[in-house]
Design a protein around this ligand. Structure first.
Ligand code: COA
Length: 255
């Protein structure tokens, strides 16, 4: 059965794709459990960083589980499947913890888009990246033409989406998509996550939100989150809430 497991290793949590018979292809159940795990991680202050990994298989992730598309009409496909992927990937991208993907081999289609939702990626030398959707008569629908474009640039995304080319690990490194190439991508990703886990969690979270605002990753929500956090820490906020509760006029100090 397909699953995403949440495994705790001290301050680092591992999100592990587990659907090896289908090359870790993403089922609807996996997308839903990714969202639930992200919620659980955010509630647990002891978790300071996250590694996204996959069960050993010939692919890190071969994209969406094509078998689940079944008899979807185009309208249902857009309403359910595409939306479910966006919900899960956006949740991961906006997780208030630093995330690293450990890509031991191929990341195709939705698998590549999932890796793009992480903050950093470590690739094994044999890993390749591809957007094979047009060979199936569909298009990248989980942010491959958006978030991935911001990370890799238009030429590389066009090479994959329009020409069906695979991008090898060394090229992904040169493009800045990969932080590192390592024979043991898992160990290298854990080393990155452990380093992040030793930094100030609030500073890391705020820096991530600021970078997202600048990079147009949910800019409006990022700015509101930063502003709310700044206003929420003031004496005026405490006074405003206390005055409301006491049913009296607030006396703001400006601090
Ligand atoms: N969804 C569902 N099942 C998938 C899958 C996917 N995206 N990708 C692979 N599988 C299944 C295959 O059907 C096969 O199942 P079987 O053993 O019951 O026949 C099994 O995983 C192994 O795949 P196979 O193609 O035999 O492995 P391979 O090593 O020869 O090729 C790939 C690997 C990744 C090149 C090839 O599987 C592939 O192109 N997959 C589809 C990728 C894709 O188009 N993704 C975009 C979806 S958005």
């Amino acid at each position: 059965m397909s699953a995403v497991h949440l495994i705790r290793h001290g301050a680092v949590a591992e999100l592990r794709l587990d659907n090896p018979d289908k090359l870790n292809a993403l089922s609807m159940a996996m997308l839903d459990s990714l969202v639930a795990h992200c919620d659980a991680i955010e509630r647990d202050e002891a978790i300071r960083a996250v590694v996204l990994s996959a069960a050993p298989a010939r692919a890190f992730c071969a994209g969406a589980d094509i078998a689940e598309w079944g008899d979807y009409t185009p309208r249902d496909f857009a309403r359910h499947w595409v939306r479910a992927g966006h919900r899960a990937f956006d949740r991961l991208a906006r997780l208030a913890r630093p995330t690293v993907a450990a890509i031991h081999t191929h990341a195709f289609g939705g698998g590549l888009e999932l890796a793009a939702a992480c903050d950093a990626r470590v690739l094994a030398p044999r890993a390749t990246l591809a957007l094979p959707e047009s060979g199936l008569g569909i298009v990248p629908g989980w942010s491959g033409t958006q978030r991935l474009l911001r990370l890799m640039g238009e030429p590389a995304v066009k090479e994959m989406a329009l020409f069906g080319r695979r991008i090898p690990a060394q090229r992904a490194l040169a493009l800045g998509f990969a932080a590192e190439i390592a024979d043991d991508a898992g160990a290298a990703a854990f080393a990155m996550a452990e380093k992040a886990a030793g930094l100030s969690p609030r500073a890391v979270e705020i820096a991530k939100t600021m970078i997202h605002a600048a990079a147009d990753e949910d800019r409006a929500a990022a700015i509101e989150a930063l502003g709310s956090a700044a206003a929420g820490g003031t004496e005026d906020r405490a006074e405003g809430v206390a005055a409301f509760t006491d049913k009296r006029p607030a006396e703001f100090s400006g601090r």
